[in-house]
Design a protein around this ligand. Sequence first.
Ligand SMILES: Nc1ncnc2c1ncn2[C@@H]1O[C@H](COP(=O)(O)OP(=O)(O)OP(=O)(O)O)[C@@H](O)[C@H]1O
Length: 774
Amino acid sequence: MSGSYGEELLRAALAGTDPNASPVTHTEVIPAAQARYGQWPRWLDPAIVAAYAELGLHRPWQHQVVAAEHAFAGRHVVIATGTASGKSLAYQLPVLQTLLSDHGTTALYLAPTKALGADQLRSLSTILAANPDFARLAPCTYDGDTDAQLRQWARANSRIVFTNPDMCHIGILSGHHRWQQFLRQLRFIVVDECHHYRGVFGAHTALVLRRLLRVARAAGADPVVVAASATTADPARTLSRLIGEPANEVTDDASPTGERTVALWEPDFLPEVTGENGAPVRRSAGAEAGRILADFVIEGARTLCFVRSRRGAEITARTAAGLLGSAAPELAGRVAAYRAGYLADDRRRLERAIADGELLGVATTNALELGVDISGLDAVIIAGYPGTVASFWQQAGRAGRRSAASAVVLIARDDPLDTYLVHHPEALLRKPVEATVFDPTNPYVLKPHLLCAAAELPLKPDEVDRLGVAEAVNELTDEGLLRRRKAGWYPAVGLEPHADIDIRGGIGGQILIVDTSTSRLLGTVDTGRALSSVHPGAVHIHQGASYVVDDLDLGDGLALVHPEEPDWTTSPRETTEIAVVTVVRKAEHGQLHVALVEVTVTSQVVGYLRKLPGGEIVDSVELDLPPQTLPTRAVQFTLTPESLAAAGISDANLPGALHAAEHAMIGMLPLVATCDRWDIGGLSTNLHADTGLPTIYVYDGYPGGAGFADRGFEAFAEWVAATHEAVSSCGCEKGCPSCVQSPKCGNGNEPLDKAGAVTILDVIGRAADVSGRN
Ligand SMILES: Nc1ncnc2c1ncn2[C@@H]1O[C@H](COP(=O)(O)OP(=O)(O)OP(=O)(O)O)[C@@H](O)[C@H]1O
């Protein structure tokens, strides 16, 4: 192991650090894998085989053939294999064969981002260029950037259209009569990177896909869905939930990979810097990444460094270039930043520079995680756990040529989940990847889509029964939004439901964020989140640039901002109350009761804290804003006062202990559900009116819920065990951002009792039958 290439690189990065206080918590060598080849399918035209051969692609890997066979035989299939395992070829084979042999057929390709759609179009165009006869497929992009003329041309002439769920909803489905010819001939729907469809975005996309299948079938087609995904648990179930029909999966990856050394890295605490309530603060993952990037570049390693934010990517690249400027000036110009938001030409130029080695080090946001065909690098640095195990592997997979060794370094941020993972490599490296969580039955998402479906084609009674949506349809009818006629349900006259849905915008209305210095629209934020994210005085980051909010007008749906780069960031202070509406499911474990409940969360932003980048507090500012309510789903857990007293928790310690346990549970839910801690919220109280007991709630931050609380309820034992482990093993004394402090606490992280939280989590863990781990 000591001789591996990755270990050599690591040694270079560790040179000069105290060997007794190494930041590396774990290293592991993942051995190389040999290619397993299959045969080109018998149904495949030799001209297609010849086109691939011209690109240097002579034999398919086994998983590519298995997936292609499913799709060609008319079975929905998802191929869930590693990064750069050739998933594109797997969907291209059946699509190309069908479209080239039958002139009356079309295909639709959907990607979660425009950039990926454009990349896939380019990749297909290279194959088509190999044979003049293939040009008749006329592939074309159809997204927000496509002009009206080209849109019309695409509808009439293109046999394979590259789009995204947003445009499919607003451009294709809302005007499906204009797309009749294309839809009637639709044989394949390709859903690329389908693990990205999670949370509310996932629920919206699921309903768009179901509507697409519905109108295609009504037009006389019967399309097959071919999906590609990063490795996730249960991919067939995920695809099946996305499209509402059974699906097959292909998961046995037969592509070759070189040896890969994975290192987990925990930055040290910064001496003499303290954060909220005097807590110790670790060196930031971005700063550490910049240093390691410089070391790797000096070693001649072509390195990609993933950083969570656009601004972070710029800073990391600058840090590395600065360090190189003094250590190896000739290399300083060979490091750059890459992020979404750059112009297409700049992106292409950077991609080429990375591919041909002109650039040695690139700091990037996850813009380079998705699909873009850059692989074969010597090293990948990941500054902060990217949120899901699937994303981790996707990013890590950019390292490693087919036959050469490579290194991957994950640097923990100051956060309980990151800290837990670098100390529990098995949870990251050997755990089955999490399943994608989303909930297409959430009535707040479902009902607007039912209105769209009814506007597209009247909803038939048998269809309503088959889809199990009778309750939602009846409610819409009672609300006067749907009208029952002989042929089925129609939307009320004058209703234009498509425009009301923003596939990525969450649920409910949107607030527009406008820069008053230029009158430019910067973006939007959900009404439900506006008070906590764009309240007056809030620092708002947009594409790396910083703005300060002057005014928030909920009535007009406007947040007015001006450009300003203050030294601090802001975090809202909030009060929250929860009322239980119904208990959906419950589990009793002696003194511990766990329930999945429907709740109404009432919250009010009462002020905000201004914090320096290191975590130090500048001051706290009061605000006078109205309360807001959120109907959603929550996991509720209660303990009896007797069980807490028996565990030694006094009444005085209880609020801090519950509050700290709640924070840690929120921080760790992403381990079992594919969410971000910003997607969820929590409340703890030593006496809750609805339970009469000390209670903790962890709730979904979206109306109707996004499926995260449901998942937390299902995986409760695993979730609480990991949380207990994370808090009890954290090296700090009284609580820090790596365990019980929360970056989004509405109470300024007061009160928090770390030791009490460990006790409570232990009591809960034992009761939930996961004791004996410590
Ligand atoms: N059978 C094969 N033999 C050799 N090279 C192949 C084969 N199939 C695909 N490739 C090459 O592997 C690279 C990665 O392929 P592709 O981009 O389709 O992978 P992917 O699984 O879609 O990647 P991502 O995880 O980024 O979505 C491409 O350069 C492609 O040409």
